[in-house]
Design a binder for this molecule. Sequence first.
Ligand SMILES: [Zn+2]
Length: 218
Amino acid sequence: MFCPKCGSPLIKKITSLLWQCALCKHQWEFSSSLPQDANPWQTLSQKVIYDNPWIHVEEHSVIHPDGNQGIYGVVHYKHYAIGILPVDDEGFTYLVGQYRYPLKRYSWEIPEGGGKVGESPLLHAKRELKEETGLVAEEWQPWLSMHLSNSVSDEWGIVFLARGLKQEHPQPEGSERLRLWRLPIEKAIEMVLCHQITDSLSVAALLKWAYLQSRGLL
Ligand SMILES: [Zn+2]
């Protein structure tokens, strides 16, 4: 469990519901253990349908929780989706524009990239931010953990907040043709609210900023 305000680990205090942040000392009240049921699915067999360096697709023969038999297509991701919300001292953030091949449309997003499962997401986040924007950040904070499409895939999304920014030179990868846009973060939040930004990591990262700001927690 992490502090919603500063991203540091929480330490439990006083009661079973009251937590205190190890770093900023803010206190939060919530339960760490929500009610859970045992796995109601049965897997009868599974076979590999497709595999490439990024995804692995399986078809499972299953018995559903209601007792009926059927198939389940599962997409296993070999990389995390990593997002970085950079915010500079003047309250500006940085969006990256690129054409998203599966969607067949152009998309404005926070800087993002992939990191191999099993390797440090933070190291990949630092590399991606530098490659895509040329920015180097002094302060890094865990911002969000997300499951991006949990009905068919196990893809993890991990977002960091990056502050204390210094501009160096972008170094985009060969397959990327990117535009970079520095804008007030409030403007980017409005782009989420009017559906101009639809990328899930970007939507969630910007709305968390808006929430903390509205509560006076930034
Ligand atoms: Zn904290």
